[in-house]
Design a protein around this ligand. Structure first.
Ligand SMILES: [Zn+2]
Length: 826
């Protein structure tokens, strides 16, 4: 079935920023309130204290890119954005009066060195005066941002992440996007890179090949984009459709490869790059950071404790609590085009039993930020050193009635891993993690907004204008190098240990297959075909991976095709003093810290960013392929899930560091050479197995028609109620409705016309599809809206596409509910 970006009269969304940049004043309207928010002119200046958000500095953090200083600026970075903390009206009124008095004084005499509200600075900018940042020297880059829909099949396909073949999509809560950020040199059009943030579990080799060839097909204007300068990162969401990955192992639980799922990602990612390219303009990059205390925890603290005590003492927590943010600002009119953020937290807020497609907590954060700013602003919430992090901040507990915490060392309850579950902030809701997901996303949004609002005081300008990128394929199967202790060590062909099958507290016991059980009549059909190809590891392989007991010796088999990558992507990007490590695996907290520190040292030692400027280093991933996990060698020895999933043995992290550090000189401003290209990994798009069947046909039940209402709405609802309607449906795989919507909530205007006020992007609106008869081809669609609109008259509209028996032709149809009223309260 061909997918189409033209979807009838479905509402469309344009992101071409050349045409759609909002006037500056509009940036501070509140688009969250679609039907009344335009009356709210100024940003909501609520206290941040509820999220324990503070901006923070530290000596080490400065080196690692965690520091908001400006390296030579005449302005202090230590002005903190500690915002209003009082809940008392009296205090607020007093503060307002004090501000009225202080404002003209500061306006006249300058800014004192004291704690200050960043919101207030923005207010100053609104009045047309140049902010503090304007007084600093700013170097220009060529900048572009773009966004496009990548939502693949939302039903009848396994979700990617938990490796649980029974987790199959049944609907959609929030569409998935590719967000593209281009940074280029204003003087050399070849010096440019694209950083993609996909709402997917990871980057991928096949997806990357697809994007690169689609970009090449756009013509000579796009000839500067290729392997060297496109970074394909995933947010690590575990609630998107699967079956798009290049290698066999993740295909097993999805019953193989699905071209429609794959193509939606490739097409959307390409379109997002096109959109970013079309709005390239000279602009400024500003970097900031702050701590977000209660949005992630370490899910393998026992392994973390294996790291040297002196090293652990350098950090305040066993996961990184720092969010970093890069602002893209147009030079001609000082309009902000977008932000790119990094914060490590697993996309596992939605649990392994969720079957409704979303982009998990990072998708929530991105949506909220983009709604807040409005227009074609693009907010990318990129994943970072995510390996041992969890959004289940309430810890791991035995859900076996005992009420006990799970065993600290191996996360079991009475010796079994199944009952041990990490719990999110709203675990008691029994909603498969939906409310916890929104909360962890909202916290990231609030943290990012607070950093964003403080940038003009505490941000670091990205300097120099130099843009470089390097890229190399590297075979990790038997790579020998010198360990930091001076000995020569080696990596091994990929293998997964026993704890890999045990899963984590975010998804215990997820893999539903074991070696040598393909004879089980209930086994996954994919596994029944491929399981026999695995072999027992050689003594050499066992010794290389020691102390990992090998469960799946995936790196030594290439039949029917490669199971996991042995060839990984090494990529570094540079804009001024900012270096991006693009990691193909999920680096743990300490692994990420070591890697960033090593790169910062190498950059400083080689002098490539100039005297007196501290390097800033961020780490994004999993990117470009999916190389599972990267633990420190000490964590590896503990062999929890992350260690068991560290593919290339105990020296995996040191190998990544060794290779990337040795390539740092290629990032020099005048560098005109590249590292060795390396061996090309396979592209399995056209050779992958698939047991996924397509849509056969759709039929309405006898005597009914598509889109007809089966169960109608109530006449009225109050805010917070659940409004719902059920239609005669058809399979949404007939048309993915990319850039469109399956469901809209429409509100009646005064003149009797209707405006869509909620769609597939809104968390409060859920589209659910249910097959009622495979034989007859009948199905139902239920739209559910947790009412969050203002008073008025509404209706649901359903956009469907049915596949005709025999001819296979697909026809659009729509369904409309009866009207209903929203009242202000019950
Ligand atoms: Zn993960």
């Amino acid at each position: 079935m061909q997918t189409s970006r033209e979807t009838g009269d479905t509402p469309r969304y344009q992101y071409f920023c050349k045409r759609a940049w909002p006037p500056k004043r509009d940036l501070y309207m509140d688009p969250l309130r679609r039907d009344g928010g335009r009356e709210t002119t100024w940003l909501d200046c609520k206290p941040e204290s509820e999220d324990s958000f503070t901006t923070r500095t530290s000596a080490l953090g400065h080196k690692l890119g965690l520091h908001p200083g400006d390296g030579g600026s005449t302005y202090p970075f230590a002005l903190r954005a500690k915002l209003y903390r009082s809940n008392h009206i009296v205090a607020l009124v007093s503060a307002s009066l004090a501000l009225l008095v202080l404002f003209p004084l500061i306006w006249t005499f300058g800014l004192p060195r004291l704690e200050i509200s960043s919101e207030w600075v923005k207010f100053k900018d609104f009045e047309g005066h140049e902010g503090l940042l304007g007084a600093r020297r700013r170097d220009q880059f060529l900048l572009g941002v773009g966004k496009a829909d990548i939502t693949g099949p939302v039903v009848e396909l396994n979700l990617m992440g938990y490796a649980n073949s029974s987790q199959v999509g049944t609907g959609l809560r929030q569409r998935l996007y590719s967000r593209a950020f281009i940074i280029g040199s204003v003087t050399n059009s070849r010096n440019r890179f694209v950083y993609l943030v996909l709402d997917t579990q990871s980057g991928d080799t096949a997806v990357r090949y697809g994007i690169i060839s689609a970009i090449a097909a756009l013509g000579p204007e796009y000839s500067m984009y290729g392997h060297k300068n496109i970074a394909v990162t995933g947010t690590h969401s575990h609630s998107g459709p699967g079956a798009w990955l290049n290698y066999l192992l993740p295909q097993i639980t999805s019953m193989g490869f699905d071209k429609q799922s794959y193509q939606a990602i490739v097409d959307g990612a390409t379109l997002s790059i096109q959109r970013a390219h079309e709005c390239l303009t000279p602009g400024y990059l500003t970097f900031g950071s702050g701590d977000l205390e209660d949005a992630n925890v370490n899910r393998s603290p026992y392994a973390y404790l294996a790291n040297p005590e002196a090293e652990r003492a350098k950090y305040p927590a066993d996961v990184d609590k720092t969010m970093t943010l890069l602002r893209f600002q147009r030079a001609p009119d000082q309009t902000d085009m977008g932000v790119l953020t990094w914060f490590p937290v697993h996309g596992t807020s939605l649990l392994g039993n969720n079957t409704i497609i979303t982009a998990d907590n990072k998708g929530v954060a991105a949506r909220l930020f983009e709604q807040r700013i409005g227009g074609s602003f693009v907010a990318g919430f990129s994943q970072s050193n995510v390996g041992d992090t969890s959004p289940n901040v309430n810890g791991a507990w035995c859900e076996d009635g005992s009420g006990l915490p799970c065993d600290f060392e191996d996360s079991t309850c009475s010796g079994r891993s199944q009952a041990c579950r990490g719990q999110g902030p709203f675990n008691a809701q029994f909603d498969n993690g939906a409310k916890s997901c929104f909360e962890i996303g909202r916290k990231q949004f609030k943290a990012a907004l607070s950093i964003y609002n403080s940038l003009d005081y505490s941000g670091t300008l990205i300097k120099g204008g130099a843009v470089q990128s390097l890229y190399s394929f590297h075979d990790m199967a038997n790579f020998s190098f010198t360990h930091p202790n001076g000995t020569v060590v080696s990596t091994c062909p990929a293998a997964l240990g026993y704890s890999f099958a045990a899963g984590t507290t975010d998804g215990p016991g997820a893999f539903d297959f074991r070696q040598n059980n393909s004879g089980d009549p209930n086994a996954n059909p994919m596994w029944a075909v491929v399981g026999g190809f695995l072999k027992s590891p050689s003594e050499e392989q066992k010794a290389c991976h020691y102390p990992k007991p090998i469960l799946l010796d995936v790196g030594e088999v290439s039949t029917p095709y490669e199971w996991t990558p042995n060839i990984v992507d090494i990529q570094l990007l540079r804009a001024g003093q900012l270096i991006f490590i693009v990691s193909p695996g999920e680096a743990t907290s300490m692994s990420g810290r070591r890697w960033k520190e090593a790169i910062a040292d190498a950059v400083s030692n080689t002098g490539i960013i100039g005297e007196g400027v501290d390097p800033l280093v961020v780490l994004g991933g999993p990117a470009n392929t999916y190389a599972h996990y990267i633990t420190t060698e000490e964590e590896y020895c503990v062999q929890r899930y992350e260690g068991a999933s560290t593919l290339y043995g105990p020296n995996t992290l040191n190998a990544y560091i060794n290779i990337s550090v040795s390539y740092v000189p290629y990032l020099a401003t005048k560098a005109n050479k590249s590292p060795p290209t390396g061996p090309s990994p396979p592209n399995n798009v056209n050779t992958s197995l698939s047991f996924i069947t397509g849509v056969v046909y759709d039929n309405p039940p006898y005597g009914r028609s598509f889109g007809e209402v089966i169960a109608d709405v109530n006449p009225s609802y109050a805010k917070g109620d659940i409004a719902s309607v059920t239609f005669v449906g058809a399979n949404p795989r007939n048309n993915l409705r990319l850039e469109g919507t399956f469901i809209a909530v429409e509100k009646r205007n005064r003149d009797g016309s209707w405006t869509a006020v909620r769609d597939d992007n809104d968390w409060s609106l859920v589209y659910a599809w249910k097959r009622t008869s495979s034989m007859l081809g009948t199905s139902e669609v239920t739209a559910t809206w947790e009412v969050d609109g203002t008073a008025g008259t509404y209706r649901f509209r359903y956009y469907g596409d049915s596949k005709t028996p025999f001819s296979g032709l697909v026809h659009e149809f729509t369904g409309v509910s009866s009207i209903f009223k929203i009242t202000r309260s019950r």
